[in-house]
Design a protein around this ligand. Structure first.
Ligand SMILES: Cc1cc2nc3c(=O)[nH]c(=O)nc-3n(C[C@H](O)[C@H](O)[C@H](O)COP(=O)(O)O)c2cc1C
Length: 214
């Protein structure tokens, strides 16, 4: 619930999310494996009666964080005026989050890395060195599911893909309710043939939806 498109905050300045899920996909490929996994996860969540929305970072024009630190004072990114400002309200308003990235060179894609760095504005830092920190998104029952998909066969081949999403989201005080790693999938949309994987994706979405407060 918002007035003039400004998310509602409580007296501590924290945002109050709604029982909805935003899925953020980081593949450059339209109709690729990440897109199909997203459809199944959000389909499972929708089946549990939660509003869902998918966004694909390739459709947004946004830059990586430039480290201007203006967000310290402004509490949201004011150093860059770009497509990320279409995504902030979705993140703030959604209690549930799904992040999906294919592995690119043992890590998340450049889109996912840039997106995660732009969540820096949600940290509250103190003035010590190194700075102590907390999250503006903490204490709001936020939960997330993480998915990584790659061509090769082992965790080593997938590299840091999952960790690169998990560590920052945990730091922002999301509870990770489920993770899915998908191996041996290369061609565009080939994950369609993996019935068991798609069923697991759908179950993860349903479990995430069920875990959100009513
Ligand atoms: C630039 C690039 C780098 C990649 N690096 C890796 C890698 O390090 N390990 C791996 O197993 N697969 C790698 N892959 C393969 C993709 O992870 C794989 O094709 C995946 O299914 C793509 O998902 P998508 O269809 O959602 O884009 C790479 C693909 C590209 C285009």
């Amino acid at each position: 619930m918002k007035e003039n498109n400004v998310p509602i905050q409580n007296e501590s300045g924290n945002y109050l999310p709604e029982r909805r899920i935003t899925g953020v996909g980081a593949s450059p490929r339209k109709s690729g494996n990440s897109d199909i996994l997203m459809k199944h996860i959000l389909g499972g969540a929708k089946g549990s009666g939660v509003a869902v929305e998918d966004v694909h970072l390739r459709d947004y024009q946004f830059q990586p964080c430039i480290g201007c630190e203006k967000c310290r004072k402004d509490k949201i990114c004011t150093g860059l005026n770009d497509g990320m400002h279409l995504l902030y309200p979705k993140i703030i308003d959604s209690q549930g989050l799904v992040l999906i990235s294919p592995t690119h060179n043992y890590n998340v894609t450049a889109w996912m890395k840039a997106f995660i760095d732009r969540l820096y504005c949600f940290y509250i830092f103190d003035n010590n060195c190194p700075r102590g920190w907390s999250s503006r998104l903490a204490g709001q029952g936020r939960k997330a599911v993480l998915v990584a998909v790659c061509e090769q066969e082992t965790k080593k081949d997938m590299g840091f893909t999952l960790e690169a999403m998990r560590l920052p989201l945990e730091a922002l005080e999301y509870e990770i309710t489920g993770e899915l790693t998908v191996f041996r999938v290369f061609g565009r949309g080939k994950v369609k043939d993996e019935e068991e994987v798609l069923a697991r994706a759908s179950n993860l979405g349903a479990a995430l939806a069920d875990s959100l407060r009513t």
